[in-house]
Design a protein around this ligand. Structure first.
Ligand code: ADP
Ligand code: MG
Length: 303
């Protein structure tokens, strides 16, 4: 048996195949059975070492985050995750790395009831790409484009927390108590599901609240006004600038028609921080362009 085959069997193949997996790891492709009347929701995200996580980060956190970032995209669509595919590029067949990676990945996969049904394993620079497939009843998936003037803007969690946690992991300023927000985020699947039929638009704020609100505003053809005092009330460490620009928060920003606000279940502790208006872009008193701050991989390219 090849080393590659042995690693796959040892770390990624699990016997407990759910009913909706007709064929999983071990065949040329997975055969999956969505529930009747559902639509499939698909997302893929890649994590590259030194870009998306610091070099040398313990592999159990890499495994957790590689799945979490994708689940967050499904949460923003109001979808339930079902299956995942994992494409791994690793520099060496390091058993302890694989073992840690699999433990982090499967801890989250079990928590969210996601089955790993296939993937690919190659040698190369450390990079992990996960594809998740989820389901929603036909016609109810949430999008970025339905916000209308008068709707209220909400956010879950404490925006900026992951950025402060990452800084502290890197020995920069930041704040140690926010490290879990970076290392082991809990994507908001249950909140996304609760927003079906309630939210007019949803986005996950993985690239920073400011930039992601701008994307939501652009997709909806509206402007978003953020109230700095309300944002300060939920921003990690009360840091409004960091809350706008810090990335890696796998939380949701969403808009709800004003008349529907009371239907938002309190258990999710989502907080109103602004309003949808006529116009374009994101506005917040005291900030020139809050929608420009955020993570952009190609910001410093000359193109
Ligand atoms: P093929 O050459 O047909 O693509 P592989 O040898 O790459 O097959 O993979 C064998 C089986 O193991 C396939 O079912 C594939 O989906 C699965 N697999 C490979 N790598 C991974 C991984 N990192 N995680 C999960 N499944 C994997
Ligand atoms: Mg293959």
């Amino acid at each position: 048996m090849s080393t590659e085959q042995r690693l796959i069997d040892k770390y990624f193949r699990r016997d407990n195949s759910p009913d909706d997996v007709v064929a999983g790891i071990g065949d040329d492709a997975a055969v999956l059975r969505p529930a009747p009347g559902n639509e499939l929701v698909a997302a893929v995200d890649t994590l590259a070492e030194a870009v998306h996580f610091p070099r040398g980060l313990a592999s159990r956190f890499v495994g957790w985050r590689a799945l979490a970032v994708n689940l967050s995209d499904l949460a923003a669509m109001g979808a339930e995750p079902s299956w995942a595919l994992l494409s791994l590029s690793v520099p060496a067949a390091d058993e302890s790395w694989f073992s840690g990676f699999a433990s982090g990945f499967f801890r989250l996969a079990e928590e969210y009831d996601v089955a790993l049904v296939g993937g690919d394993t190659v040698r190369g620079p450390l990079s992990i790409s996960v594809t998740v497939l989820g389901q929603v009843p036909a016609g109810v998936a949430l999008t970025r484009s339905g916000a209308r003037p008068g709707d209220r803007l909400f956010v879950s969690g404490n925006p900026g927390a992951a950025a402060l946690g990452l800084q502290s992991l890197q020995g920069l300023a930041g704040n140690e108590r926010y490290q879990p927000a970076f290392l082991q985020p809990h994507p908001r699947i249950a909140l996304g599901r609760a927003l079906r039929g309630l939210a007019s638009a949803v986005i996950d704020i993985s690239d920073g609240l400011g930039m992601d609100c701008k994307r939501l505003a652009d997709a909806s053809g509206v402007a978003i006004d953020i109230d700095p005092e309300r944002l300060a009330g939920v921003a990690a460490a009360g840091d409004v600038a960091n809350a706008l620009s810090g990335g890696d928060d796998y939380e949701l920003a969403f808009t709800v028609p004003a008349a529907q606000r009371s239907k938002l279940p309190a258990q999710f502790a989502a907080v109103e921080i602004g309003e949808v208006c006529h116009g374009r872009g994101v506005n917040m008193p005291g900030f020139d362009d809050p929608g420009l701050s955020g993570y952009d991989h190609f910001r410093n390219e000359d193109t």
